[in-house]
Each structure stands twice: as C-alpha cells, then as structure tokens.
Ligand binder design. Structure first.
Ligand SMILES: [Zn+2]
Length: 101
C-alpha cells in the first residue's frame, strides 16, 4: 500500500529539486557573456515567459503585477508574492477585480 508523503516531505523534496536546478542554471549563467545577457534581456523584457506576447504592468499598492495580454498568465517580481500573501482579504479581492473581464 502506498502512503501519501507528508506535507513536510513534499516541501523537502521541492526544496532539493529547486536547489539542484538552480545550481545548474547558475553554472550556465556564469558561462554566458555579458553581451549575451544584455541581448537576452532586450529580447525578453516585458514579454510573457510562456507565450512571448506583451505584458501589461499594473501598479497596485506598490506591487507591479504583470499580466499577459494573450494567455492571461500573471507574473510577479522578486518578493512580490510574499508581499501579496500579506494582503488583507479585501485588498486581495480588489487586486483580483482589476483583472476581471
Ligand atoms: Zn502569455
């Protein structure tokens, strides 16, 4: 009989997986030349990481939420997910309502 891993185990394995992949990526980044990094940034800046279309940036209570104009994915900068998680429920609902169709 298979037992479901505890939440703590899931967290542990997700952490291990993330660290492993991050190390691989950091190694790749070290090998990239500065000019290549600059070129990549120019190419991808404010473009959706999934479909490549333009992102629309909305500033709400100091959080810059980027929403894709095509696939409607929502993207956050470093630290913004943590900041949003501290919003009160009413502010969270207001934020969601900005993007409602
Ligand atoms: Zn998209």
């Amino acid at each position: 009989m298979e037992s479901k891993p505890s939440e703590r185990e899931e967290e542990y394995f997700a952490r291990i997986e993330f660290d492993k992949r991050k190390k691989l990526e950091e190694e790749k980044h070290r090998k990239l030349k500065e000019e290549d990094k600059k070129r990549l940034k120019e190419l991808h800046y404010m473009k959706c990481p999934k479909c490549g279309m333009e992102l629309i940036e909305i500033d709400y209570k100091g959080i810059k939420v980027d929403k894709c104009s095509e696939c409607e994915g929502v993207w956050l900068d470093a630290g913004e997910l943590e900041a949003i998680s501290r919003f009160e429920k009413t502010n969270l609902e207001k934020l969601f309502s900005v993007f409602k169709k």
